[in-house]
Ligand binder design. Structure first.
Ligand code: ASP
Length: 449
């Protein structure tokens, strides 16, 4: 069995779904289990509808709902699921009206609304597959993916989920293509929950782990991982193979192709994950495995994170005192503001954050015992590669390549598979170009294309 996950753009229209059907059909021998996202931008639209309803704009909410209804009707017409689509939109309309009356939205009702995207897409995709001559079976993911109660960010209850998956899916997949929605689940009591935005990749990985799939394929709209963030530098190479650790690091530092949590269940069960392009299925994509084969190029990819704020905290009074870091981090923790990168000296701490909503309060509290300077418009450039650990001179090469650029902060994590730098946002493209030239002017053909 393989798990094939298709994202929103891959299923955004009838013709896109047909392309997906073709891709799945070519792999029937491998007994595919298909996980789909909501169609196109449906999740965003659902949340906007709910927000309009809660804000008291009932008319706007219902108009947008009608648009979404027409969109699903249009893309799903002629597949014999018109009534099912209709019933779903009736249920959704009731829910939206309820929100308008209540004037408030709980995390639980937000999940009830956003789950409609995957509920609908999975029904439409199943019908399309059947019409395409592939015997297919729709399974409601909510009956298999069991989660805790943290609505909008629910965590799967693995033991229960794996048991249900193992009981249900392999038997079905023996004779037909199983199709289910990503992102959605339900609590033990059967209340609809979701795994967090972008969670369909996570579903694919959970399903793969639960059924012991031989491979998890994440079909998207890029050729796989690239050697540089394509929004910063065009013309990067495709990374043919990378390790789980590298993939997690790249995802954490902003590579958009993979949800960081995706890799976890797959790592545990040692299942390879392949990233593929549904518009160019002939391209081999990027294969992520526990260990990647050695390559003569010391880094695998350069990831970037934009809109970063650098916070410098200085306190001479803290010289030799213990508890300084604890005091600082306790404040960031209390305001639920994650810290990305960190560098310290005896009297100063520099750190980066990307959520600045509570920065004013955080700053006020820290200023009770230290001086704070904030610089926004910064960016993180992160070079990732297992080889950084073993190949000497990577940092020296990087800094030589960056000799014209002011680097604000440097950090090399204990894992030693990344070297991260903070530069001004205005220097980002130049920095990535320089590093890419240094490390990828002659890429190892075994590892890059
Ligand atoms: N549809 C959900 C979202 O847009 C989940 C996903 O596509 O992965 O966040």
């Amino acid at each position: 069995m393989i798990v094939m996950k298709f994202g929103g753009t891959s299923v955004e229209s009838a013709s896109a779904i047909e392309r997906v059907a073709g891709i799945v059909k070519d792999r029937l021998m491998r007994r595919p289990v298909v996980v789909v996202s909501a169609m196109g931008k449906t999740t965003n639209k659902l949340l906007a509808i709910a927000a309009a309803a809660v804000a008291g704009d009932r008319a706007a909410a219902l108009t947008q709902l009608e648009d979404l209804h027409l969109y699903h009707h249009r893309e799903g017409v002629g597949l014999g699921v018109e009534t099912e689509i209709e019933t779903h939109f009736q249920e959704l309309a009731e829910l939206v009206k309820g929100l308008a009356v209540m004037g408030e939205m709980t995390a639980r009702s937000s999940d009830a609304v956003s789950a409609f995207g995957e509920r609908l897409s999975s029904i439409i995709v199943t019908a399309k597959f059947n019409q395409f001559g592939m015997e297919s079976q729709h399974v409601d993911a909510r009956s298999l993916i069991v989660t805790d109660h943290r609505h909008t960010q629910a965590a799967p209850l693995f033991a229960e989920t794996y048991q249900r998956l193992a009981e249900k899916i392999p038997a079905l997949a023996a004779t037909r293509v199983v199709v289910m929605g990503g992102f959605i689940g339900s609590t033990m009591e059967g209340v609809t929950s979701t795994l967090g935005r972008g969670g369909s990749d996570y579903t694919a990985s959970i399903v793969g782990a639960g059924i012991g799939a031989e491979e998890i394929q994440i079909w998207t709209d890029v050729d796989g991982m690239l050697t540089a963030d394509p929004t910063v530098l065009a013309g990067g190479y495709r990374v043919k193979r990378c390790s789980f650790a590298e993939a997690a690091e790249l995802a954490y530092f902003g590579a958009k192709v993979l949800h960081p949590a995706t890799v976890l269940p797959a790592i545990e069960k040692n299942i390879p994950v392949r990233i593929l392009n549904s518009r160019r299925p002939q391209v081999e994509g990027t294969l992520i495995t526990a260990e990647a084969p050695p390559s003569t190029t010391p880094i695998r990819s350069i990831a970037c994170k934009k809109n970063i704020t650098l916070v410098n905290i200085v306190s001479t009074r803290m010289l030799m005192a213990h508890g300084f870091l604890r005091r600082i981090f306790e404040i960031f923790d209390r305001y639920e503001t994650p810290v990305d990168m960190l560098a310290t000296s005896e009297v100063s701490v520099s750190l980066t954050i990307d959520h600045t909503g509570a920065l004013a309060e955080i700053r006020r509290e820290i200023e009770e015992f230290a001086e704070v300077a904030v610089e926004d418009n910064q960016a993180i450039v992160c070079m990732v590669g297992d080889n950084i650990r073993t190949v000497p001179g990577v940092a020296a090469r990087a800094f030589t390549a960056l000799k014209e650029i002011k680097v604000r902060m440097i950090s090399e994590g204990a894992s030693q598979l990344n070297i991260s730098l903070v530069v001004a946002a205005a220097d980002l493209t130049h920095a990535v170009e320089s590093l890419h030239r240094e490390f990828f002017s002659n890429p190892d053909p075994a590892a890059f294309e």
